[in-house]
Structure formats: structure tokens, C-alpha cells
Design a binder for this molecule. Structure first.
Ligand code: IVH
Length: 682
């Protein structure tokens, strides 16, 4: 088909769709204010793709459909930067920062404060992107600062990189510099996929970003969750730029780039020190890794006056945060047995300060993970602690392996009860087969039974359970209710008063709800939500314990695997005997009308799904959830078009935004209270 024969309709719809998609990209990345759900975005993109397939002659390089990558290259071509890409000097303390500021004042012969731009130092890969007449023409890595590599094909696949600058008022040549990085969520998902497929996983988001950009096949890069954040301008011709760095970045935002929302202008070095402190506190909650703060003299004329020494500008400095990765020695591996018998290898490490805390243990997960890392006792390992996530061993420093490093032997018997330890088919986990014979499993089962979301026995902590089991005062959860205050008072760190409190707490816990009781039983894969679904569906213990696998699979979210675990639990005579004893000792709950028998549910909020977010004052979110459920509502964790309403307290974030975007009704705490009261719940 020649261009002329294309219907004007197709041509104008294509251009309209491109415009809309570019606008949505801009809203999503640069403004951080998406206005449509992802599904709607995908629909627009699909429509455009279909139209372009029908009219291939209308495809242009800057069409949003062209972010899927192109044919692989043989190698990357070297690029010489017109302006060198510099590096930064480092500060390691507040004193270093003050000294830096003083040096600048001395050099400038001024006494007044200097204004600085403060930006997070993103932990990714530096990039230079060149635009001519508003079109992206080339993207290059920093390389050695003078020569980099042409990775244009790869960079074009990244959605937050504009292929065409927005508006019409921009320099005819413009080099934008910034950092390409992988947000934490995308990194975790990418590694999960890689692990499931048996592929190599990345050590950290920075390596993942670097590896993704180093692909000769840009179609692979296109599948990686990369983002660009712009932080400066290099070459620019044909238009004067604002006099302050922060204003230049705001202009970049108008041209379509994402800039960092944490960026501020500080009026003095004292404000910079505060900023570093505050961003450090916020670090763990950011959606991406940062390794420090960059401070830049905000006035461009002053920057030029200061110039640079060798490879670094005099007008900027990086103040690093404590490292999130450190090296230490793997001294030993011990094996812990969990509630369901899973044997977990735990690394004992030479204590090391990382991510703001001293770490001396880290989980090694399972045998596959040890094989993947090829970790041996005596090895130097890389420990990572990012945010509040538990410390991980992410790699082994192969060059430092001592000659006597010993391979890690997985036990063939349980280290606690000596029952056989077997690999469950289809799982990475190794399990102790001892069941409740195994004191470790027994302890964990009792700890779980007493925990807050289960029977909620106040004051029955891990250490106490350990003593009770070791002294053979209890064997099963039912034995808890036969304990006497005298027995408990004898235990370490207990006295008559605390013993009595514990007995009272046990007594109080006997009155429970059916769902909590099911959850407390510790059936494999039956978490709170599944326990609740089972309770709602069956209503009574008798119905639940008699249900076969087919009946169990009628329950929301229960598939064949969980149905099997539930069935296995209730045909085990020991389990039935324990339940029987619990009831004889007074554990009770109000039974319900089962959903299974009652399809005409007349609860006031039946059929409505709600979401709770932010903080509430009069009660916790869990309590609010229980009350709403009592009225028949379902409480979900994420907002969708089907959500009936969202309860949002102070601090609500993305869920509230999503609700507003989808037009879902939002209640504040007062609105929630009114709703509850209306139905007789306070
Ligand atoms: S400015 C002359 N700003 O840190 C100024 N750099 O050694 C040079 N980086 O590899 C860079 N976040 O990629 C600047 N907000 C930021 C940054 C940043 C991360 C990286 C940059 C470079 C290294 C500087």
C-alpha cells in the first residue's frame, strides 16, 4: 500500500494514539501522576500496534511501539563525549562537607552562604543522551569519561526516556545526562523469574541495570524494568538555559524527563547536612537504591567560575551513606528446623557493619541457594542488607577462597530429633519427617498457636515455650491449658505474679473466633486469609474436618495443593486427638452459618470488597478489617475497579491514589465509624 492510499482515519488515529501514549508515559514517569490504569495503557498500545501492522509504512522510529528492541549488534561502537563525563569527589562526614563549603567560599572570596542543589545519588549507570531537533539520536555510556559505548538501541527501549522532546521550545542540540537504574520492585521480580527459570540471578539492582544495558540484543533490554532519572545537561546549542541547576532540571521535566522528586535547593551547607540526615532516614523506604547524596553549587555561573580539577568538578561533592554491601567471613553453617519441618541453613558470619546494623547471621534459604552461590565454610562472602530486608548473602569472592574451604554438607537427618530429612518432590526445601515428635517443630507449632494473630496468648514468648518443651511440661498445644501457676512460676525469669498472668492469659485465649482457631492449628499453607475463607465457607469444625479435597477446592483461593494439606491434617488421628482435648479443656468459638449452605447472604456488606490503607486512630487496621468482615465485606490488599470502597487514614499512599484514579469511593476514619455504627458495630 502506498502512503496515499492509507485512509486518513488510520493516519489520524495512529497519530492520536501516539500522542496519548506519550502523554501517559509523561504523566507516569516525569510527573508521577498516572491518570489511567495499566490495563487501559496496554489497550492503547495494542490498538496502535495493530494499526501499525496494517499500515507498516506509517511506522516511525519514535513511535511508542518501537520500544521492543531491534536486531542484535555484533559489538558496541565507541563514542567520544563532546564534553567529558566527570566523576565526583567524596565526603564521608559532616566535617568533610563543611570543609568543602569553606574551600569554595575561600576560592570565591565570599563569606555569605552558598546555595546548593541536593539530589539523591542513584545507584545505577551514568548515561549521556543526545537530542537533535528534539529527536533522540544517540545514547552512550560514560565509559572512562572521555570515550563511552553507543547503546542507543538499548536506551530507546526504556519508557521513561523520551524519544522526542515534549513541546517545541528546546535547544536544537541537547545532551541530557542522568542515571539508568532498576527500581527495587522490578529487580526483585526479575530475579524471581530468573531463579524460577534456573538462570543466573543478579547480585543487586545496579548490576542488573548494568547487565541489561550491556546486552547486544536490545530486545532483551526491552524486557528489563529500567528507568532513567535526568540529573544534568551536557552539550546544548541554540538556546540559553536557566541560571540555576535546579531550574534547568525543572525544564528537563517539561521536556519529558523524570527528575528526582527528592531534589531540593538548600540555602546553606547546614541545610545540606540536614538533607543528608533526612534522606538517610528515608533511604529504606525509597523505591530504588541510592548510595548517598550529591551536592552541587546551584548557580551555573559560579560552577563555571570554580571549574574542575583533573576528573572532578570543584563545585560538586558526593556524601555517601553507609554501604549496603560488605565482605565478611562465612564461619559456619547451622541448620534450623521450622514449624512445618523445613530445615533452613543459617550462615554464621564474622560480625560486619552493613546497611546501618551489625550482622552476624544470614539465611542461606535452601540447598539450591547454597549450590547457586557455591558457598563454602571459610569463604569471604558479600553480605547485603538493603532497607529493612533481612540480610542476604549475595555472592562469594572466589579469589579469596582459602585452600581448606569446606563444602557445606546438608544433613540427611534432622539435627534436632534425628528423623530422616528428605527433599520434598518439586520443592527446594528439605524437611524433617519427625512431625510433632521433633521438639523443634513442636516448639514452633506452639509459638505459632500462641501468636498474636492466632490464639493471642499474651506473654507466651519464644523463650518460655522453649523452656516448657525442654522441661517436658508440655508436648502439644493442648497441654498449655493444663499448666498450673506453680509449674510456670518455677521457670527461669518467671515469678508467682507473671505465672498467674500467663495462666489468666491462657484462660482468656480460650474464647476465640473460628478463623483464628483454624489459623492457630498451623496447617501448612493455611495463612490468615485462607483460614478465614475456610471458616466462612464451612462454618463449623465438624463440616471442615469432614470435607474432602473436592469440597475444599470450592473455597476461595484454595487449590489442589492446599486442599491436600488441609485434608491430610484432618485425617491424622493425633491432630484430631489434640483438637478434641483443646475443646474439652474449654477452647470454644461461636459457630457460624456456613456460606456453603447459605447462598442468600443477607449480611449488610455481603459481596462488597474494601481496602484499608494509612493509619487509623481509634483502632488498628486489623481490627477495622475484622469489623468490616463481620458485616460480610471482604477485605483485600489492593485496589481495583471492583473495590466497593477504600478506607484511607493519614499516610495513605499509592492505594489511595489508585482509588482516586479509578473513581472508587474513599472513606476517612469518621466515614468508617459512621458506616459501622449504621450497622450496629462500634
Ligand atoms: S552528577 C560532575 N548527580 O555518580 C557531576 N551524579 O561519580 C557528575 N550519580 O557515575 C555527576 N546520581 O552516574 C550526579 N544526582 C546525581 C547522581 C550522580 C548518581 C552517579 C553518576 C556518576 C557518579 C559520580
Amino acid at each position: 500500500m502506498s502512503q496515499d492510499s492509507v485512509s486518513p482515519n488510520a493516519r489520524s488515529r495512529i497519530s492520536e494514539l501516539r500522542q496519548q501514549i506519550d502523554d501517559h508515559n509523561y504523566r507516569y514517569y516525569a510527573l508521577d501522576e498516572p491518570s489511567i490504569p495499566d490495563a487501559e495503557y496496554d489497550r492503547l498500545l495494542n490498538e496502535l500496534r495493530t494499526l501499525e501492522q496494517q499500515h507498516p509504512e506509517l511506522i516511525t522510529a519514535d513511535s511508542p511501539t518501537q520500544r521492543v528492541g531491534t536486531a542484535p549488534l555484533d559489538s558496541f561502537v565507541s563514542v567520544r563525549h563532546e564534553m567529558p563525563m566527570l566523576s565526583l569527589d567524596n565526603a564521608f562526614s559532616d566535617e568533610d562537607l563543611t570543609a568543602f563549603d569553606q574551600r569554595l567560599k575561600d576560592r570565591l572570596k565570599i563569606t555569605g552562604d552558598i546555595e546548593y542543589a541536593c539530589e539523591p545519588k542513584l545507584d545505577g549507570i551514568a548515561i549521556s543522551i543526545l537530542y537533535e531537533q528534539g529527536k533522540l539520536v544517540r545514547a552512550a555510556t560514560r565509559g572512562d569519561g572521555t570515550n563511552g559505548e553507543d547503546i542507543t538501541d538499548n536506551v530507546r527501549t526504556i519508557r521513561s526516556v523520551p524519544l522526542q522532546l515534549r513541546g517545541s521550545d528546546y535547544p536544537e542540540r541537547l545532551e541530557v545526562r542522568g542515571e539508568i537504574y532498576m527500581p527495587s520492585e522490578g529487580f526483585a521480580a526479575l530475579n524471581k523469574r530468573a531463579a524460577e527459570a534456573g538462570d543466573k540471578v543478579f547480585v543487586n539492582p545496579r548490576n542488573a541495570a548494568a547487565g541489561s544495558l550491556r546486552q547486544l540484543d536490545s530486545r532483551i533490554t526491552a524486557t528489563r524494568p529500567l528507568e532513567l532519572c535526568a540529573y544534568s545537561v551536557g552539550v546544548h546549542q541554540g538556546m540559553a538555559l536557566p541560571a540555576r541547576h535546579t531550574d534547568i532540571l525543572h525544564l528537563l521535566k517539561q521536556w519529558g524527563f523524570k527528575i528526582n522528586r527528592e531534589m531540593i535547593a538548600a540555602r546553606s551547607i547546614a541545610e545540606c547536612i540536614d538533607y543528608h540526615q533526612q534522606l538517610g532516614e528515608k533511604r529504606a523506604s525509597l523505591a530504588y537504591d541510592i548510595d548517598g547524596v550529591v551536592f552541587k553549587v546551584n548557580d551555573i555561573a559560579t560552577q563555571e567560575q570554580l571549574g574542575f580539577v583533573s576528573r572532578a568538578p570543584r563545585w560538586a561533592i558526593a556524601f555517601k551513606f553507609p554501604a549496603q554491601e560488605e565482605m565478611t567471613e562465612l564461619q559456619a553453617v547451622e541448620f534450623q528446623v521450622g514449624r512445618t519441618g523445613t530445615i533452613t541453613p543459617v550462615a554464621r558470619l564474622t560480625p560486619v557493619f552493613v546497611g546501618g546494623v551489625t550482622v552476624s547471621n544470614a539465611t542461606l534459604h535452601n540447598r539450591d541457594e547454597i549450590a547457586r552461590l557455591d558457598a563454602r565454610v571459610g569463604d569471604t562472602v558479600i553480605v547485603r542488607r538493603a532497607g529493612d530486608v533481612i540480610p542476604q548473602i549475595v555472592g562469594v569472592v572466589a579469589e579469596r577462597r582459602p585452600a581448606n574451604a569446606a563444602p557445606i554438607e546438608f544433613p540427611s537427618r534432622c539435627p534436632i530429633c534425628d528423623s530422616p530429612a528428605v527433599q520434598v518432590p518439586g520443592e527446594a526445601a528439605i524437611r524433617c519427617e519427625g512431625g510433632l515428635i521433633c521438639p523443634a517443630q513442636r516448639k514452633e507449632a506452639i509459638i505459632h498457636f500462641a501468636s498474636r494473630k492466632a490464639m493471642d496468648v499474651d506473654g507466651l514468648g519464644d523463650k518460655l515455650v522453649e523452656q516448657l518443651v525442654d522441661k517436658e511440661l508440655i508436648k502439644t498445644v493442648a497441654d498449655l491449658f493444663t499448666l498450673t501457676a506453680e509449674q510456670v512460676a518455677e521457670l527461669e525469669r518467671m515469678g508467682p505474679k507473671s505465672a498467674e498472668n500467663l495462666i489468666a492469659a491462657l484462660e482468656k485465649s480460650k474464647q476465640v473466633s473460628f478463623e483464628r482457631f483454624i489459623y492457630a492449628l498451623g496447617i501448612r499453607e493455611v495463612g490468615e486469609a485462607t483460614a478465614r475463607n475456610l471458616a466462612d465457607y464451612f462454618g463449623t469444625l465438624q463440616a471442615l474436618s469432614e470435607a474432602d479435597e473436592e469440597a475444599l477446592q470450592q473455597v476461595d483461593d484454595i487449590g489442589p495443593v492446599v486442599a491436600r494439606f488441609v485434608r491430610d491434617f484432618f485425617i491424622e488421628p493425633d491432630n484430631l486427638a489434640i483438637i478434641q482435648k483443646l475443646r474439652e479443656l474449654g477452647v470454644h468459638w461461636p459457630e457460624k452459618t456456613p456460606q456453603a449452605a447459605d447462598d442468600t447472604n443477607d449480611q449488610p456488606l455481603a459481596g462488597q470488597t474494601c481496602v484499608l490503607t494509612g493509619t487509623l486512630e481509634a483502632m488498628t487496621r486489623d481490627e477495622a478489617g475484622e469489623k468490616l468482615r463481620a458485616l460480610g465485606a471482604k477485605v483485600a490488599g489492593s485496589v481495583s475497579k471492583k473495590t466497593a470502597f477504600v478506607v484511607a487514614g493519614p499516610g495513605a499512599g499509592s492505594k489511595l491514589a489508585k482509588a482516586e484514579q479509578l473513581g472508587v469511593e474513599v472513606l476517612d476514619e469518621a466515614g468508617l465509624m459512621a458506616l459501622l455504627q449504621q450497622h450496629g458495630i462500634s
